[in-house]
Design a protein around this ligand. Sequence first.
Ligand SMILES: Cc1cc2nc3c(=O)[nH]c(=O)nc-3n(C[C@H](O)[C@H](O)[C@H](O)COP(=O)(O)OP(=O)(O)OC[C@H]3O[C@@H](n4cnc5c(N)ncnc54)[C@H](O)[C@@H]3O)c2cc1C
Length: 404
Amino acid sequence: MNTEASRCLLCKIPKCSQACPVHTPVPECMALYREGKLEEAGRILFENNPLSAVTSQVCDWKQFCLGHCVLNIKQVPVRWYEIEQEISGAYLLSGASLERKSTVLEGRRIALVGAGPVGIAAAVWLYQAGADVSLYDANPRLGGVLRYGIPEFRLAKKWCDAYEKLIADAGIAFHGGVQVGRDVKLSALSASFDAVLLGAGAEVPARLGIPGEERAVQALPFLKNPEAFELGRKVIVVGGGNVAMDACRTAVRQGCETWVYYRKTYENMPANPAEVIEARADGVQFKVFQAPVQVQEGGVVFRDCENVQPEDGGRVVTRIIDGTDHFVACDTLLVAISEKPDFGFLAGTGAVMDQWGWPVLNEGQQVEGLTNVWVAGDFCSGPRTVVEAVASARIAVDSILARL
Ligand SMILES: Cc1cc2nc3c(=O)[nH]c(=O)nc-3n(C[C@H](O)[C@H](O)[C@H](O)COP(=O)(O)OP(=O)(O)OC[C@H]3O[C@@H](n4cnc5c(N)ncnc54)[C@H](O)[C@@H]3O)c2cc1C
């Protein structure tokens, strides 16, 4: 990677860092890398973004660092993410440990609900600030989507294991298998802790709302435990996001003839474009401008769609074309169209909700109506990305620090 690192111009105003949701200090760490000071670079990256070892693997780099490298103008951009993988991977796996860095929150007890990227990042920063941190998660093990969603072939479980060890070695209490709302009430946590941060993700799958939907399989539970599902020979995945790509790539690995049906076109797919390319390389086949209208025994009825440019020049809309119904045989329909957070455990707590059923937030992502509850990550924004979850956790943690 040294040749790649030597191409970096170490810009004074680094566009790569500016475009990154956590503003990774690329030039500073690149310079350290060139000098062979990998551990120092690893520590800086970890303090800025404790999930650096993961985001460097799963980010859509074209959207963030790579896509904003100044060398895009005339040459090939610098693949900083590969250098970051090397630095941060080595830092985490070579036995990184957490240290108290200040006593600002000494004697303060903080509960984190959700041990995904938000919970991990917040646990690191709050522990470093001196707090007594407890992590709660409905799943038995730490990692959130990193462990229970993204498949092993894209992100090895060893990374979650390393975070689990880091957290355990620091003495941070991890309460796995505890579902807030069912096993412990939010009001109880709020009463016994100085602050509660909810990073409970977005796990409720959106419904297609079509007849026969009960015959379909939701992609998230499938990804959580693929071996538990008997998919049959031919599988159709509906959706065009990261979840759809992971679902189709997992199905194809189970030996299924796998298709992705998407209601818009390739450019509209929210998935990382690299993921779509990988899915094709795996043998997944795609059909665009297709909307499912009914799930039947042995297959799905689809209707053709088209993109229409409104006359006023507004945003392109996708229109379903009547009279184009056609039956496509398959053994399993996997649904991966979207997810939203489950705000059920906020009910009856005094949290103020808006007209769409989302919590109203004050500055710093504190929940309106509750004195000491904050939200972050997908639980606050809906499904986004790991790096955005970390950036969101930073906002909430800074607000907690300011408050306490
Ligand atoms: C299949 C899939 C693939 C993805 N691929 C990518 C990718 O390639 N790149 C990328 O950047 N992003 C990707 N994402 C998105 C990314 O993983 C999320 O944006 C990120 O994990 C959000 O972090 P979080 O901490 O907010 O939530 P999560 O990771 O969802 O963690 C939330 C945790 O809260 C726990 N929880 C929920 N409710 C309760 C409760 N009541 N009590 C206790 N615990 C609870 C859950 O068990 C879970 O462990 C993907 C998402 C999915 C689903």
